[in-house]
Design a protein around this ligand. Structure first.
Ligand code: ADA
Length: 557
């Protein structure tokens, strides 16, 4: 399943069994040895491919006909899709959903092939050797759906409050694949309410957006303590007959920034969060749902109220779990630590904007998402860098004006950042107690002084990363770096200094769990991992986990 609930009552699924034929490809693109590969999964889960970088092809025979939609929730990281040897799709970026429309296919058995590449090839601007691992494979679920001449592509729901009443702007994108004009109605049920877009004429071979604003007088709000979710069932009718449908889940809540405060349904929230990479021991980035559930439980018992999806959009099932548990999500488009040269890559702009579009179009309905973030620690201190940040924020605001935007700047940009006027929430990653030994309070004062002298003055200020490394099980009383004792000590000073500072909106710890890094990053990364996790790759708790738990629980505001 691609989600934690049923997505269609009417639209039918064409079953795809989870085991696919799989061959690695050599540089001439000739098939090498055959494996059976599980989908979803990383090919690194196969011990013989645990460090494989390159191309591979997944194949499967599927019996179907007519119109179909093939939805990939994530292929890491470049995908070429073929039906009966003819290319029908291409997608770049491991972390966003894409789909392929297959029209007028004769009924019968067809060969579906997906060529996947996880190498840092020259077309790739965002997947580069980095402080996390770019795994390979069809790493998130795939679904194939039977569709008719018309289907609902998506339904977007943006809730808001006015004079104590709840409203939502709803828009439905409907596709007409036929060569005739069509008269349709879209009915949408949310809880006991039904809203309807009256008769519309759909142009042939086109996509139509149906939009409206509706009042929901009986809405029970979604709060962090009581994350009340509604099923939203949209049905497409032609001549009173339901021809297609889509089900999503929504919540009535509003996020605002008021001066230096972040408000969730008009109440101030202080962020107590963790950064999380999608990486879990031998599963790599293809985390099974049971392990996602476990992460959520561990993070909840830590007393955290927020997860930042560093540094890319996440598997939607994880967002579903966050929705259910009232955990605030900072969802981030894909990029980490790019230099100006990397941002001037010929594909950087298109690949970044595509990632943002796909992230927002697919995840806009998740009530848990409270911030859209971009470009972690990129060049926000040059004019060229600023033009990239500005363009990306402009796109976000055009797709979703309802959520605050931010980016995590870096300590080295204190004094030079040029983009703080572009955000709703100012965020910095700082590492006192790890990369340098400045007392945390001094670091915070330097940061605040700088922010107050920029276009970021008077806005909420968040510490989007802070932390220290420890190798699980490395214990000593010498207060040396890499020991569990030192990490716990550093985090105590970091977290308590931030949470006791009324000028700050909170902290997101770097990081929840250790993660694998690319082999080029071995330096300063013992075991080729980023070891700043509160838990290790198997989720075994380090001393710092318990220290942070104590602090998060004792800090109630
Ligand atoms: C940065 C970066 C993280 C990680 C961290 C670290 O702030 O955003 O991805 O690399 O530093 O461990 O140094």
């Amino acid at each position: 399943n691609t989600r934690l609930f049923q997505n269609h009552y009417v639209r039918k699924e064409i079953p795809l069994d989870p085991v696919w034929d799989f061959h690695t490809l050599n540089s001439e693109e000739e098939k090498q040895e055959k494996f059976n590969m599980l989908v979803p999964g990383c090919w690194e889960s196969n011990p013989r491919l645990s460090s494989y970088k390159g191309k591979a092809v997944y194949s499967k025979k599927v019996t179907f006909g007519g119109n179909a939609r093939l939805v990939f929730k994530g292929v890491s990281h470049t995908a070429y899709i073929y039906l009966d040897k003819k290319q029908v799709g291409y997608h770049y970026n491991a972390y966003t959903e894409f789909s392929v429309l297959l029209e007028d296919i004769p009924y019968g058995e067809h060969l579906l092939e997906v060529k996947v590449d996880n190498s840092f090839h020259e077309e790739s601007a965002l997947h580069v050797s980095n402080d996390y691992y770019s795994y390979g494979g069809i790493t998130r679920p795939v679904v194939m759906e039977e569709i008719g001449q018309m289907f609902i592509e998506n339904v977007h729901f943006i809730p808001y409050q006015e004079n104590g009443k709840w409203y939502a702007s709803i828009s439905a994108a409907v596709r007409n694949l036929s060569s005739e004009q069509k008269n349709v109605t879209v009915n949408i049920n949310i809880g006991d309410e039904e809203v309807s877009f009256s008769e519309k004429l759909l142009q042939p071979n086109a996509k139509t957006q149906l939009k409206g604003t509706f009042e929901f007088p009986f809405a029970i709000p979604y709060t962090l303590e009581n994350p009340n979710l509604y099923m939203m069932h949209a049905m497409l009718l032609e001549n009173d007959k339901v021809v297609d449908d889509i089900i999503d889940r929504v919540g009535f809540r509003e996020i605002k920034v008021d001066g230096k405060d972040i408000l969730f349904n008009d109440e101030k929230v202080i962020i107590k969060g963790v950064n999380r990479h999608e990486d879990y021991a031998e599963f790599g980035c293809a985390i099974p749902i049971e392990a996602m559930y476990r992460d959520i439980e561990i993070i909840k018992s830590l007393g955290a109220n927020c997860i930042r999806t560093s540094h890319y959009p996440n598997d939607e099932r994880f967002l579903d779990l966050c929705d259910e548990n009232g955990i605030l999500v900072w969802e981030e488009s894909h990029a980490r630590g790019l230099s100006e040269k990397q941002m001037r890559h010929k594909n950087f702009e298109k690949q970044s904007l595509d990632c943002i579009k796909e992230m927002i179009e697919n995840h806009i309905n998740h009530p848990s998402i409270y911030v859209w973030g971009i470009l972690n620690e990129c060049v926000s201190n040059t004019e060229f860098g600023r033009s990239c940040y500005a363009k990306q924020f402009e796109l976000i605001k055009s797709l979703d004006p309802s959520r605050p935007v931010s980016f995590a700047s870096l300590e080295a940009h204190i004094g030079s950042d040029l983009c703080l006027d572009l955000v709703d929430i100012v965020s910095f990653n700082i590492y006192p107690g790890w990369y340098h030994d400045t007392p945390v309070k001094d670091s915070l004062n330097t940061l605040k002084k700088f922010v107050n002298s920029t276009g970021g003055a008077g806005k909420p200020l968040l510490i989007s990363e802070i932390g220290a490394g420890a190798i699980y099980g490395h214990r000593s009383n010498n207060q040396e770096k890499w020991t569990e004792e030192y990490q716990a000590y550093a985090l105590e000073e970091q977290v308590s200094s931030i949470l006791s500072d009324d000028d700050l909106s909170g902290v997101i710890i770097w990081q929840y769990a250790d993660c694998r890094v690319d082999k080029g990053w071995f330096h300063g990364r013992p075991k080729s991992r980023n070891n700043k996790g509160l838990v290790d790759i198997y989720r075994r708790e380090k001393l710092a986990y318990h220290k942070v738990k104590e602090l998060f629980h004792s800090y109630q505001k």
